[in-house]
Design a binder for this molecule. Structure first.
Ligand SMILES: C[S@@+](CC[C@H](N)C(=O)[O-])C[C@H]1O[C@@H](n2cnc3c(N)ncnc32)[C@H](O)[C@@H]1O
Length: 211
């Protein structure tokens, strides 16, 4: 099933997860951001209310037309720019943003390494990667995820249950500043989750946000 076809149902569907904890995770990670922020796979704009006044430019990339139709009015109200396109090929200059945000997206992109390479390219030196993602479980849950991944991808718009996204983030050349591994609130299958921040390896320890 195509997730974009369900764009009008996305917010009601997610509302329970938001109340159970997702909303708090978004607020904790996005509230402190400053300067120019790029969000990839922005969907219907669930992250928008959580960006603070310190964000001076907000660019939202979303490939789905249906998602963009829901997103656009919310983005207009926030003064954010909406771009079509894919995380794997960003229409942005090198070293142009202070933070890149992935929220429940690296499970769905066709090529997570390419998406993270693009994120690294557009981040300013010292810029920050922010992520909330569900990942493959360990032990028996990992077996279930691997077995179910092809079927789940068909019914859930390409979402993969079997991605080790923390490892992919590191393999793409990022170093974690903070990573929390927890259960995904209220979801029996789409868990566990990781959330936190990372910076390109070798980047200055002090954030360069808004510089
Ligand atoms: C599960 S939704 C998450 C939406 C939103 N970020 C959130 O936190 O609720 C996944 C989104 O990723 C988008 N997406 C899928 N493949 C993508 C890609 N290659 N590049 C950018 N976004 C993509 C989908 O269109 C969809 O809007």
């Amino acid at each position: 099933m195509c997730i974009d076809c369900l764009s009008r149902a996305y917010d009601p569907f997610m509302s329970g997860f938001e109340v159970l904890g997702l909303r708090r995770w978004r607020a904790e990670l996005l509230g402190p951001l400053q300067g120019a922020v790029l969000e990839l796979g922005a969907g219907t704009g669930a992250n928008l209310p959580h960006y603070g006044d310190g964000v001076t430019r907000l660019v939202l990339v979303e490939p789905g037309e249906g998602m963009r139709a829901v997103l656009q009015p919310k983005a207009d109200a926030r003064g954010a720019e909406v771009l079509g396109g894919f995380a794997e090929a960003l229409p942005l200059d090198d070293n142009s943003v202070d933070a890149v945000v992935f929220g429940l997206v690296l499970c769905s992109v066709r090529d997570p390494m390419a998406a993270l390479a693009e994120a690294k390219r557009v981040l300013k030196p010292g810029g920050q990667l922010v992520f909330i993602e569900h990942v493959q479980g360990r032990g028996p849950l990992g077996w279930v995820h691997r077995a179910m991944a092809p079927l789940w991808a068909m019914v859930a718009g390409g979402c993969r249950l079997d991605r080790d996204t923390a490892r992919t983030i590191e393999a793409a050349g990022f170093v974690f500043e903070d990573i929390k591994r927890t259960w995904f609130p209220g979801a029996p299958l789409v868990m566990p989750a990781i959330r936190g921040t990372a910076r390109p390896a070798g980047a200055p320890a002090t954030p360069a946000q808004g510089a």
